[in-house]
Design a protein around this ligand. Structure first.
Ligand code: ATP
Length: 336
């Protein structure tokens, strides 16, 4: 597999802030790769380093086998889609999309032909004469995408591109983006703080925490086998239990809410906890139960509310032994 992006011990410091702290990773050509993490975890800075908008303090950036660490953005075969779209308000959609070709001196007829092709690709055929102000948020996002794709970059960087859209449009655009990426075969590097978005679109995801990668894995790997407490909680909001499994050392374990079976009553036993039902949230297809067990809050998700539990009543939580995933120490816990 060809490597599109290789980061070698990459760091970027702003004064005493280590925005990106010794990150090494490889992104393969044709991959949909996401950088996921909470606000301030360093994912945008990492993307900006790849795009050349920020200079590394240490380390190397290799793009398609070439050291790009010192290349300016325009000399990299990379385009970026920003969250605020950065469209030119005084230009119509067609000229916005064709901009990169105009800068390269490509003639008007050819420019417009390719702009039309791109507008069709993002389902905006016939919108060429409008101004950005005459478009909806989702349409503007598509124009930004068409503009970034028109010169067929090998690599497209996307920084929370769907952040400004409402949930429904966001979900539609997730499906379209993924389909577009497959169709074009371009490597996408996608920054988001939304774990659902990262899981649903990506081939692999790097989870960032305090400038470091906490885990790099497939969506399924992250969800089923979180390595650390941070990943377990951030991806899919797992419960973290402390204790000792029979025959094992004391440790922390992740337990997914949907792997817990909840029943009325107090039945003590192995792989069970007894607690008090604090709250019930109706989610539509599922119901989420909040339970207090020895001062700790545990979440369980069940498919329906037929068990008829009342708030304040005693409940028994149980799970299969295989549902417990042992956790390792996180990236920073040693220093804290
Ligand atoms: P968000 O989702 O909020 O954009 P992020 O994970 O993308 O967060 P970054 O924007 O990469 O995080 O920021 C990482 C850290 O670096 C933060 O503490 C931020 O305040 C700091 N930082 C980023 N850019 C600069 C800058 N130009 N000058 C100083 N500090 C910066």
């Amino acid at each position: 597999m060809q490597t599109a992006v290789k980061l070698e011990h990459l760091s970027c410091h702003f004064g005493s802030v280590r925005a990106v702290d010794d990150v090494s990773l490889e992104i393969y050509a044709g991959e949909f790769f996401s950088m996921l993490g909470p606000s301030g975890s360093g994912k945008t800075t990492c993307l900006r380093l790849i795009g050349g908008f920020e200079a590394p303090s240490h380390g190397r950036i290799v793009l398609f086998g070439q050291d790009a660490s010192k290349l300016p953005p325009y000399a990299r075969d990379v385009n970026t889609v920003f969250q605020d779209y950065a469209l030119f308000p005084h230009m119509n959609v067609r000229d916005n999309v064709a901009y990169a070709l105009m800068v390269r001196g490509i003639g008007r007829a050819e420019r417009y032909r390719r702009a039309e092709e791109m507008l069709e690709l993002v389902k905006l055929a016939g919108f060429g004469d409008r101004r950005p102000s005459q478009l909806s948020g989702g349409q503007r996002q598509r124009v930004a995408l068409a503009r970034a794709l028109i010169n067929r970059p090998k690599l497209l960087l996307l920084d929370e591109p769907l952040g400004a859209l409402d949930l429904k449009l966001r979900e539609e655009m997730q499906i379209e983006l993924k389909a577009l990426q497959r169709q074009l075969g371009i490597t996408f590097v996608y920054v988001t703080h939304d774990q659902g978005e990262a899981l649903s679109m990506s081939d692999r995801v790097a989870v960032f925490n305090q400038g470091k990668i906490e885990q790099l894995d497939s969506p399924k790997g992250l969800y089923e086998y979180p390595k650390t407490e941070f990943v377990a909680r951030f991806v899919g909001s797992a419960n973290v239990l402390e204790g000792r499994q029979i025959g094992q050392k004391e440790g922390k374990y992740a337990l997914r809410p949907e792997r817990i079976c909840i029943r009325p009553g107090s039945e003590k036993g192995p792989n069970r906890l007894v607690g008090e039902l604090l709250d019930i949230h109706y989610l539509g297809a599922q119901v989420r139960y909040e339970v207090r067990v020895d001062g700790q809050r545990i979440t369980a998700i069940a498919s329906s509310d037929e068990i008829g539990l009342g708030i304040g009543s005693p409940v028994t939580l149980s799970w299969e032994l295989s549902a417990l995933r042992p956790l390792e120490e996180g990236v920073r816990s040693a220093e804290e």
